[in-house]
Design a protein around this ligand. Structure first.
Ligand SMILES: Cc1ncc(COP(=O)(O)O)c(C=O)c1O
Length: 366
């Protein structure tokens, strides 16, 4: 049996009859950017996150850059975040002219370890970017408490956490603002690029709205040096179709994770952890073992897809050397990098496929 890491083709086959008319309608209107679909998606996304504003932008990376810009984070500032993230989190900080200050993760959730924030704060620190990594929300109560005490902004990187929640509050509504990515592999995914900024702050929302569209307030009236980062109508139309199934998809991911947990219970691997009060949406199902390389080879031989996020975390990426980031000691990050592997998990995979993967993993260790 072949089991891909995720089955995007199966999803498209299911949704084709709704997606094609939605795309056709967007094309027929020839209203291709920031039109009715973007506006409706923004309202629907704000409603889902429980925030006042959602602003559609060109990608999750742009959402981070525009958020930091709108908050006034720039030259000479420092932003505390983790190396255990996709490089985009670090890129955004560098692109606005600030310096990333990388701290270690909690080994169970893989999210920013709040106890390490305070020692990393300096007179230059302006913001913290916790990442809700793999779909598990960061420990936001402790992070927000420190941010309040030191007057720092909190930008949630929720690129992997559509529909996740923490203490009953949705990801996207747990900081000063949050960013989402609609990259093709995400829990809510476009068939191209897209991103979203959410916030309850009206000035911040307005600033991001201007920044995404060349600093315009009205047509050809430019008040800020902005960017071209408009979410397009075709992607918004596709996202609106898929949004109807996000709740179902996340529930299915949780069921698949529970099935894996049950089937792998006797295997010598560390299973994913869900902290009390956290609602994990399993963007990725991550296990840990010292025999990661051998397990990866075995899965490959058996036709099973896998990923290794983050085998090369941001601080050891070649590009990070020029910013001195490789000098940071991050023992938990380094250990996780050597031990984690992700197994196939996607709403459109069958329980039979999940069982086959779990059996193959167990056989490897037997
Ligand atoms: C944690 C994290 N932050 C930011 C991004 C950037 O999103 P995008 O690829 O939409 O620019 C991603 C996406 O891959 C991500 O996983």
């Amino acid at each position: 049996m072949q089991v891909p890491l995720m089955d995007l083709k199966a999803e498209y086959r299911q949704l084709r009859d709704e997606i094609l008319p939605a795309v056709d309608q967007a094309l027929e209107s020839m209203n291709l950017f920031l039109g009715p679909n973007v506006q409706a998606l923004e309202e629907e996304w704000a409603g889902l996150c429980g925030v006042n504003y959602a602003v559609g932008v060109g990608s999750g990376t742009d959402a981070l850059i525009l958020s930091l810009k709108a908050l006034g984070v720039g030259d000479g500032d420092e932003v505390i975040t983790a190396a255990w993230t996709f490089i985009a989190t670090i890129e955004a900080i560098i692109h606005v002219g600030a310096q990333p200050v990388l701290i270690d993760i909690a080994p169970d959730t893989y999210c920013l370890e709040p106890a390490l924030i305070e020692p990393a704060i300096t007179a230059r620190t302006r913001a913290i970017i916790p990442i809700h990594v793999f779909g598990h929300p960061a420990d936001m109560d402790r992070i927000n408490q420190i941010a309040d005490q030191y007057d720092l902004y909190v930008v949630e990187d929720a690129a992997q956490a559509h529909g996740a929640a923490y203490q009953g509050k949705m990801a996207g509504n747990l900081g000063d603002c949050a960013i989402f990515s609609f990259y093709m592999s995400k829990n809510l995914a476009a068939y191209g690029e897209g991103g979203m900024v959410t916030t309850n702050n009206d000035e911040l929302a307005e600033e991001v709205r201007m920044l995404r569209n060349h600093g315009q307030t009205a047509r050809y009236e430019h008040h800020l040096m902005g960017y071209n980062s408009r979410l397009d109508e075709i992607q918004a139309a596709i996202l609106r179709v898929k949004l109807n199934r996000l709740g179902w998809g996340n529930q299915r991911r949780r069921e698949q994770a529970a099935l894996y947990n049950e089937l792998l219970a006797d295997c010598p691997v560390i299973l994913p952890y869900e902290a009390p009060g956290a609602h994990h949406v399993y963007h990725l199902y991550t296990i840990r073992t010292d025999r990661c390389d051998e397990l990866a080879d075995h899965l490959e031989e058996q036709g099973i897809g896998f990923a290794r996020h983050y085998h090369y975390p941001s601080h050891i990426q070649p590009v990070s050397r020029s910013f001195g980031l490789n000098e940071t000691a991050l023992p938990e990050t380094d250990l996780a990098a050597a031990q984690v592997i992700q197994l196939p998990l996607h709403p459109y995979l069958s329980d039979e496929q999940i069982r086959y993967v779990a059996t193959t993993v167990c056989q490897f260790f037997a």
